[in-house]
Design a protein around this ligand. Structure first.
Ligand code: APR
Ligand code: PHB
Length: 390
């Protein structure tokens, strides 16, 4: 098999890239290790920055998002008995759209199918070879047969646990990492959200977040131990703990119901650089992870794909133009580091740290006190939350 761009991974990064390339007449093949049902069964974040919304519109995959996405003009932050709404629209003129990553993925899969593009599920044992040449190869196993895909370029969009990153030689790859000493326990329930806007809570027992997927489906999170046993978290225990951490008014109003999904996620900040080696380009979670507190993971995947599709289109449309490929890693990383900073800052401000001493706690209180009292601090939060430009 031969294609122009071989894409490893059919998460949002890989699928969005395949769609943007297709629009420009560039052929790609997407290889996915899992089944389609498995990919669509993963519940991930759901807050889209304006820049990502604009990209999905330009990619021609926004019909359902424009119908069903919930436009949010603000978020709420709580600590102690204080509640502060941060007005995103007032401070930035921009909004965010609440629309689940699962839905984005589904819309992109539908577009891929409509375009008749190759998307091979259950492609096992994916390996890369020939990166030194002009025609690198991906080999994989499908139905017990080994197949070979020869490409001009390879996009490693295979997430944090993927294989692509390993093909950047160890002596060239620098890893920057912080692992937080806690996780998030999340549930999805068929109940109306407790509030029209997201509520982020710093409580002395730990962080809590009220989010949503639709007017009838809620997503709630609780900070928990990083090795928490899911079995021990019955729905009743989850709702009881959530209500303790929420402001009274919200705790009294919240509608509870059985969970339809329950999962645990560790919190990590991670950056691999560079994001390119020869003809291999990493994008999305394959190159970086943010803790979910700033809702930046999915949006960073989109901005990587903006830079990558731009570089590939320039190469094919402008006779082998390569400057945008050469600057790809640096272009992405400038934005990634800032999103990492914001996610780290939100995480640090809002969580209970097990080894926190009285000074650390004082700093956290001062940070929140300043945020609540300062329009400038709220403007800064808003600017980052709606997404920095790319
Ligand atoms: N071969 C083929 N596919 C693979 C391999 C492999 N060896 N390893 C992983 N994959 C697939 C995974 O099954 C998954 O479908 O690559 C895909 C990667 O998708 P994501 O993890 O969703 O990563 P990405 O597309 O970069 O999207 C980033 O996901 O985790 C969130 O916060 C993150 O929202 C952000 C988004
Ligand atoms: C979510 O809805 O899953 C969500 C929202 C905001 C976050 C993280 C996750 O910061």
């Amino acid at each position: 098999m031969r294609t122009q761009v071989g894409i490893i991974g059919s998460g949002p990064s890989g699928l969005l890239l395949s769609q943007l390339l297709h629009q420009q007449g560039i052929e790609s093949v997407v290889l996915e290790k899992r089944t389609q049902d498995y990919v669509l069964g993963r519940i991930r974040a759901g807050v889209l920055e304006q820049g990502m919304v604009d990209m999905l519109r330009a990619a021609g995959v926004s019909d359902r998002m424009d119908r069903e996405g919930l436009v949010h003009e603000g978020i709420e932050i709580c600590f102690g008995d204080r509640r502060q709404r941060v007005d995103l629209k007032k401070h930035t003129g921009k909004v965010v759209t609440v629309y689940g990553q699962t839905e984005v993925t589904k819309d992109l899969m539908d577009a891929r199918a409509a375009a008749g593009g190759a998307l091979i599920y259950e492609a096992e044992n994916v390996q890369i070879a020939g990166l030194e040449s002009d025609a690198p190869e991906i080999t994989f196993e499908k139905d017990d047969q080994t197949q070979k895909l020869t490409c001009d370029f390879i996009a490693g969009c295979d997430g944090y646990h993927g294989v692509s990153r390993r093909y950047i030689p160890e002596n060239l790859l620098k890893i920057h990492e912080r692992v937080y000493p806690f996780g998030w326990l999340g549930i999805l329930s068929e109940t109306p959200p407790v509030s029209d806007e997201l509520i982020y809570v710093n409580h002395w027992r730990g962080f809590a977040l009220c989010s949503m997927r639709s007017p009838t489906r809620s997503r709630y999170y609780l900070q928990c131990a990083f090795d928490e046993d899911l079995e021990e978290w019955t729905d009743d225990r989850f709702w009881d703990e959530l209500r303790i951490r929420l402001p009274n008014e919200a705790a009294e109003r919240i509608e509870m119901g059985p969970s339809i999904e329950k999962s645990m996620a560790p919190l990590r900040s991670f950056i691999a650089e560079p994001m390119r080696h020869k003809r291999l380009f990493l994008a999305g979670d394959a190159a970086h992870i943010v803790p979910p507190t700033g809702a930046k993971g999915l949006n960073l995947a989109a901005s990587d794909i903006y830079y990558l599709s731009r570089a590939l289109v320039a190469f094919y449309a402008e006779d082998g133009r390569s400057d945008l490929m050469d600057s790809y890693s640096a272009d992405c990383l400038r934005r990634i580091w800032k999103a990492e900073r914001f996610s780290w800052w939100m995480t640090t401000m809002l969580h209970k740290f097990p080894d926190q001493n009285s000074f650390d706690r004082g700093m956290q209180m001062a940070e929140l006190d300043y945020l609540f009292d300062s329009d400038a601090a709220q403007a800064s939060l808003a600017e980052n939350y709606v997404g920095l430009p790319f």
